[in-house]
Design a protein around this ligand. Structure first.
Ligand code: COA
Length: 148
């Protein structure tokens, strides 16, 4: 796994550089600031920061809220490292499943999530705007515990 670390307040500028490459709607600096206090944000331990993930936890269910890798650093395993971290963090937090939403047109993210074992749960029509549907995906951690 690539080296990751928890976010610190001084990372906000680097995270906003990454945010340019995140799916719309864009998150503002104040959204990211709030995110890092209310949720669990982890970044690549690199200078500059090349990847970020935000994870949430509600009633035993973990959620991947945001994951972004700088375009020139993609296909180098950062996405997989962030998702492996999410898996471990969710298990250690007592979650039984991880949910996320992704646009049906986001081939890279769908490829990553399927490679990590996520399966489709439902479709939310026009979720991101007219004609831009979201697929809700889930990874059951009980299933992965049985396998390992
Ligand atoms: C989705 C994203 C995070 C993937 O990050 P990444 O660092 O390139 O992913 P990895 O290199 O770890 O790839 C792991 C696996 O995911 C799949 N994958 C990654 N990019 C893919 C692509 N463009 N097409 C199909 N599958 C892809 C592959 O199975 C890949 O394994 P492989 O390289 O051995 O074939 C990155 O493309 C990104 O930041 N996209 C913009 C932001 C975004 O859409 N975030 C998700 C919604 S919030």
């Amino acid at each position: 796994m690539n080296n990751l670390r928890e976010v610190v307040p001084g990372d906000l500028g680097s995270i906003m550089e990454l945010e340019q490459y995140a799916p719309l709607p864009a998150w503002s600096p104040s959204s990211w600031l709030e995110e890092s206090t209310k949720h669990h944000v982890v970044v690549a331990d690199t200078q500059p920061i090349v990847a970020v993930i935000s994870l949430g936890l509600v009633s035993g269910t973990a959620e991947v809220r945001r994951v972004v890798v700088l375009p020139e650093h993609r296909r180098q395993g950062w996405g997989r490292s962030l998702m492996e971290y999410a898996h471990l963090w969710a298990e250690n937090s007592g979650a039984t499943e991880i949910f996320l939403e992704v646009s049906t047109g986001n081939e890279a993210a769908l490829g990553l999530y399927r490679a990590m074992g996520f399966h489709d749960v439902s479709l939310r029509r026009d979720y991101y705007g007219p004609g831009d549907d979201a697929v809700v995906m889930c990874l059951s951690l009980d299933d992965t515990r049985e396998v390992s």
